[in-house]
Write a protein that binds this ligand. Structure first.
Ligand code: NAD
Length: 312
């Protein structure tokens, strides 16, 4: 997404179906699928803002507020929340544009963030395709959860201006942004990325070296995988496993609720990479089958109304 200069989508049928359309990022069909996603996020953010009024005066509010939306939680009033709601509506209406023409989307962009499906070959192809359309000054970032920036550095054609900026899911609540360079990332670009994260109200978390899964997923993936073992070995059911974790640690979410938030398709893509998941008959293989069956039924998590839990 370009960091500045929002533009409207004014591509035409002729350009789409003409002889040369490699300047296009995505098809018309995928654009149609994107708007409902944006609407879902907008509704969730506005809902969280409205609910945050109930936290005014609560001594734990600084931890409970959707932290990515409030610069200084202690100063929040009903009027300020209403003002934020109005600003958020305006921002969604005026500053988010779906633009499939890369030349237009990237024009004059300071920062471009790649956040496509976690498919290494497709990402590499995309980075190569982007090269001629990126202005000289542009910093290119990947939001990949599992792939190292060094894997794509060459394909980007700008290794010194490329690193990873990894957001958490529900970023307006969990406002972390892990910043991870590769050996060829320029220190200046790394620092600018850290500053950019801070400017957009994230807490930048700097990694000093490449680490698959960054800091958070290096802890979270083994944790979530171990809960899969408990389920397929029929030690207990998802609800009891979640209850155990929440009561035992005092945290608000259990592992299967986290699966639903992350999205079962993303979890499936990550866990399937584990060699054990690829061996027929192993517990992890059985668990990815459970994920696959749910994905095929459309039960892909909170965004789809159903995952391990029903949200309808
Ligand atoms: N889901 C999460 O919680 C989460 C959190 C942090 C980072 N990420 C990372 O963000 C990225 C996207 O994750 P997601 O869960 O939104 O995945 P997703 O599968 O929902 O894909 C996101 C978008 O990628 C687009 N896309 C697919 N193929 C494309 C192509 N060839 N060219 C251009 N666009 C294409 C899709 O249209 C879709 O809108 C991944 O790298 C993932 O690791 C995900």
């Amino acid at each position: 997404m370009p960091a500045r200069s929002p533009r409207s989508a004014d591509w035409t049928d002729e350009r789409l179906h003409g002889p040369r359309h490699d300047f296009l990022l995505r098809s018309e069909g995928s654009i149609g699928r994107t708007q409902p996603k944006i609407n879902r996020y907008s509704a969730a953010i506005l809902d969280d803002l409205e609910k945050s009024k109930a936290l005014i005066g609560n001594p734990m509010a600084a931890y409970l507020y959707p932290k990515g939306l409030f610069a200084i939680p202690a100063e929040i009033t009903n009027e300020k929340v209403d003002q934020l709601i109005a600003e958020t509506k305006k921002n969604f209406a005026e500053h988010i544009h779906i633009e499939p023409d890369m030349a237009k989307a990237f024009e004059d962009a300071d920062i471009v963030i790649e956040a496509m499906t976690e498919d290494p070959a497709a990402k590499a192809e995309l980075f190569k395709k982007m090269q001629p359309y990126l202005p000289e000054k542009t910093i290119l970032l990947t939001n990949s959860s599992t792939l190292l920036p060094s894997v794509f550095a060459e394909a980007t054609g700008r290794p010194d201006k490329f690193c990873a900026l990894h957001f958490a899911n529900t970023v307006w609540r969990q406002n972390t942004a892990e910043v991870m360079g590769h050996a060829g990332t320029s220190p200046e670009v790394f620092q600018k990325t850290v500053e950019f994260a801070r400017e957009i109200n994230m807490v930048p978390l700097e990694l000093h070296k490449e680490q698959p899964g960054y800091i958070l997923n290096s802890m979270l993936v083994p944790f979530l995988t171990s809960t899969g073992y408990l389920l397929v070995n029929e030690v207990s059911d998802a609800e009891t496993i979640d209850k155990t974790w929440k009561l035992g640690t005092g945290t608000p979410l259990g592992p299967f609720q986290i699966y639903d938030i992350v999205g079962l398709d993303t979890a499936y893509a990550i866990i399937s990479m584990n060699p054990e998941a690829q061996k027929e008959g192993t517990p992890l293989n059985k668990f990815v089958q459970i994920l696959k069956d749910k994905i095929e039924k459309g039960e892909k998590g909170t965004n789809f109304g159903k995952g391990f839990y029903d949200y309808k």
